[in-house]
Design a protein around this ligand. Structure first.
Ligand code: PLP
Length: 224
């Protein structure tokens, strides 16, 4: 499996991807972040490198799970025969909830509305990760709402199991920017409102490399 070729039929252009290099990079990351694990982010067609090929190479090199941006990306990985955990990194349109359940994707949640849509798809058992917005200001639960969301999952959604909690760093690629520490402090405060024993994750590639305090249970590495 050393190479794959990514073509764009609209152009006279293609990329030859050295999957051994992808695997090597996963190994380097694992060494750097251990005892934290590595999950491979393969959104945007594996950053243009071929999502299923990169995913397989990363998993064989020891990545423990995968992350995608959209449901159809996760469905495509399942169609390619990949059965590793696949985390969808943000809430999705409500009418995609059935596909999340059907294809055993792990949804990210932060609103009642989305939880209702997932439960309406009648999962037997649905692991979910809660995303907390600690300052990226894009998606996620406000830290003040975390306790209420956790309680509502426990009380109202018996088929749903909260298995992970995470946040996304806004400026981890600027190692001197104090905002990463601010985000991690807000995250740690919010973690006091979630049960212990969950998978906890915060770091993207830059966070994994430049901010040891961000590594936690696993790191979500894409660009690296
Ligand atoms: C894209 C993304 C990542 C990976 O970021 P890289 O900088 O490519 O490592 C991690 N987490 C979330 C939530 C993302 O959207």
């Amino acid at each position: 499996m050393p190479w794959c070729i990514v073509t764009d039929r609209r152009r006279w252009a293609w990329a030859e991807i050295d999957l051994d290099a992808v695997a090597h990079n996963v190994g380097v990351l694992r060494d750097i972040v251990e005892p934290s694990a590595v999950w491979a982010v393969v959104k945007a067609d594996g950053y243009g490198h071929g999502a299923s090929e990169v995913a397989r190479a990363a998993l064989e090199a020891g990545a423990q799970g995968l992350c995608v941006a959209f449901v159809d990306e996760g469905v495509a990985l399942r169609a390619a025969g990949i059965d590793a955990p696949i985390l969808v990194l943000s809430e999705q349109p409500l009418d995609a909830a059935a596909a999340v359940v059907e294809h055993h994707l792990t949804p990210t949640v932060y609103t009642r509305r989305y939880l209702d849509a997932l439960v309406a798809a009648e999962p037997d058992h649905l692991p979910v990760h809660l995303k907390i917005d600690t300052g990226m200001q894009r998606v996620g639960a406000h830290p003040h709402t975390v306790a209420a969301i956790v309680a509502s999952i426990e009380e109202r959604f018996p088929a749903v199991e909260l298995t992970g909690v995470f946040t996304h760093l806004a400026v981890a690629d600027e190692p001197d920017d104090a905002f990463t520490a601010t985000q991690l402090a807000r995250f740690d405060d919010a973690l006091s409102h979630v049960p212990s024993g969950l998978a906890v994750h915060a770091a993207n590639s830059a966070g994994a490399l430049a901010h040891p305090a961000a590594r936690r249970s696993f790191v979500r590495a894409g660009i690296a």
